[in-house]
Design a binder for this molecule. Sequence first.
Ligand SMILES: [Mg+2]
Length: 232
Amino acid sequence: MIAFDADDTLWHNESLFLDTQEKFRELLLQYQDAEWIDKKLYETEIRNLEHFGYGVKGFVLSMIETAIELTDGRISGSEIQTFVDFGKKMVAAPVEVLDGVQNTIEALSKTYPLMVITKGDLFEQETKVARSRLGHFFKHIEVVSEKIPASYQAVFKKYEIDSKRFMMVGNSLKSDVLPVLECGAHAVHVAYPTTWAHEQVDSKVLESIHFPKLDRIDQLPDLIQSMINQKI
Ligand SMILES: [Mg+2]
């Protein structure tokens, strides 16, 4: 079984958040400097994860909360409406499948059962899978609230997957690689140009851990073939 992360592995996602954050910052520059706005928004997002989980809805609420704090409650109703509209635009934005994804997924689906394991909002992630037009290549779609070893073990149990015959492919070392290796399964890192601060991993943690790293997803079939040849 080969499982893929979705955001920033199959399609662009982080860039959408960064673009919106830029617009948010521009609107609030009259109240505070850019650095303060970014710092406060990030802190609010992290604090709100336990209340709202990952995704656009939580992000919108975090923008509103940050703006209220930053203006000492003076933010206007119409400005708040602007943030809500940012969120609506984000969920309606076209799903931009990353280069090489379509061909790679199509080729691998002929030999292997494939699945998607993504974290976030169920509604948001399901509509993205549908709009990407990649859905039919995947046997299962799993939306989890966190990607920790217990979440992966629950997936293995649900689908009766042997962890040694499971490979996770994703852009986040913290979510897609480290917890999967901890479960005794295979994990492959595929780089994406930007990583949300919350998903970054201390480089020291990585020194003693070995796993394949790819620059592009279309290198995956060759990697899998060489692992099979080497009986990994
Ligand atoms: Mg991702």
